[in-house]
Design a protein around this ligand. Structure first.
Ligand SMILES: C=CC1=C(C)c2cc3[nH]c(cc4nc(cc5[nH]c(cc1n2)c(C)c5CCC(=O)O)C(CCC(=O)O)=C4C)c(C)c3C=C
Ligand SMILES: [Fe+2]
Ligand SMILES: [Fe+2]
Length: 387
């Protein structure tokens, strides 16, 4: 008798301040985050950037109580989902596979093997697909499966993205409506969607569908919400000196303030849990930007976390996937007509776009300058107009 399993994929976050540096090391070791011409340079550069960025990053985690809430929230979501599936008569076990911190994806797959799961739904907790998030986790699972015959035998299906599901859109619209109704004049509040950014080169050169999915997602939420409010989409959390998707959230807030907007309702859009970028970046940093620019009514829509409508929708999605809807990892990662999403030999993604500027002459000195730029947001290359 076989067993159903659902593997929830997420990014993971440091639980204590001491975890921050090794967490960052794992993140920057990922070729889907920084892709280098030679894999030999990956770890030294990851070590350099994580060491240089650790104190800035720790400052952020200190502001939200000394660690990321991501593991706790993801565990709550897993429990809620397991309960909802049981209500439907589906006895599936839920596993959590984080990409850069505990519980790691490797641990989840080991447990899946030990439990004898033979039908697996792989479900990223990112509504929209990006090569840097769901894509990175899919590639890791593919590598782990290639090395393991037991894993290869498990029947599996993957959900690539799910931002267009009616239950998710309804839950987002409900949370926004509730926050709008807390404003003094709900109709004049400006709805501000703040998506997590990615470097422009992911979209223009590597063919990441992320930007298009984000734009489509915002349009669908606005249609579902069906209110007269104006809205804006901008991108937050830029890291490093290269160009990321624009407009940047801080610039867009200042621009709206200059146009006379007095009330903002900020909606985090790329992620379903509270994390450092909602609790610190939006609630503290962008609130301050808004205040300074003259926007004194700053509201933030909470993340979905264990919103019942959202969990219900996830349960439906899990059941459909367990019942055979969707593609296998290989079909997802290597579609014949979409080879552009995963160009095997290309390395221009992400921060290494800077390498193009140097015609590929990457040296350790260049890495150091890039790392310094990464922490400071400015530096010699910027001043020389090279970046
Ligand atoms: C440097 C490149 C990065 C890309 C590209 C990127 C994409 C991306 N990230 C998320 C969601 C999260 N990111 C988180 C932490 C985090 N991400 C980066 C860098 C990139 N992210 C760094 C350096 C960090 C560490 C925090 C910091 O120093 O700023 C997290 C975890 C948050 C937590 O609470 O611990 C999430 C979640 C998305 C959705 C995304 C692209 C679509
Ligand atoms: Fe990130
Ligand atoms: Fe980030």
């Amino acid at each position: 008798m076989g067993r159903d399993g659902v593997l929830l994929l997420n990014l993971g976050g440091p639980e204590k301040l001491e975890d921050v540096r090794p967490f960052l090391f794992n993140l920057f070791s990922d070729p889907e985050i920084i892709r280098l011409p030679s894999p030999i340079l990956q770890k030294p550069l990851a070590w350099l950037i994580s060491t240089l960025r650790a104190s800035k990053s720790q400052e952020g985690y200190k502001q939200i109580g000394g660690g990321s809430p991501l593991r706790q929230i993801t565990e709550d979501q897993a429990r809620a989902l397991e309960g909802k599936l049981r209500e439907r008569g589906r006895d599936a076990k839920i596993y959590i596979g984080m990409r850069y911190w505990y519980p790691f994806t490797e641990e989840a797959l080991d447990q899946i093997k030990r439990d004898g799961v033979d039908n697996l739904a792989i479900l990223p907790l990112y509504p929209q697909f990006s090569i840097s998030t769901s894509g990175s986790s899919f590639r890791l699972i593919e590598r782990l499966m290639e090395k393991d015959q037991t894993l290869q035998k498990i029947d599996h299906r993957v959900v690539q993205s799910w931002y267009d599901r009616p239950g998710y859109l309804r839950a987002m619209a409900d949370l926004i409506a509730t926050e709008l109704d807390r404003c003094e004049d709900p109709n004049s509040a400006h709805i501000f969607f703040s998506a997590h950014g990615v470097p422009v080169s992911y979209v223009t050169e590597a063919g990441d569908p992320y930007q298009q999915e984000i734009e489509d997602c915002v349009a669908r939420i606005i249609r579902t919400l069906n209110r007269p409010n104006q809205h804006t989409l901008a991108y937050q959390s830029r890291v490093g000196p290269i160009e990321w998707l624009q407009p940047y959230t801080d610039d867009a807030i200042k621009e709206l303030a200059a146009q006379g907007v007095k009330t903002l309702v900020v909606v985090p859009i790329s992620f379903v849990s509270e994390h450092i970028e909602t609790l610190e970046e939006i609630d503290m940093e962008y609130r301050e930007v808004a205040e300074e620019a003259g926007i004194h009514n700053f509201h933030r829509v909470p993340a979905l976390n264990v919103h019942p409508g959202f969990i219900e929708d996830l349960a439906n999605l899990a059941i459909e996937t367990l019942d055979g809807k969707g593609m296998t990892l290989a079909q997802t990662l290597h579609p014949p007509d979409k080879a552009k999403i995963y160009p095997q030999e290309r390395w221009e993604w992400g921060l290494t776009t800077a390498a193009e500027v140097w015609n590929g002459r990457l040296a350790m000195l260049g890495f150091l300058a890039l790392a310094l730029e990464l922490i400071s947001g400015r530096g010699p290359l910027h001043l020389a107009g090279l970046l």
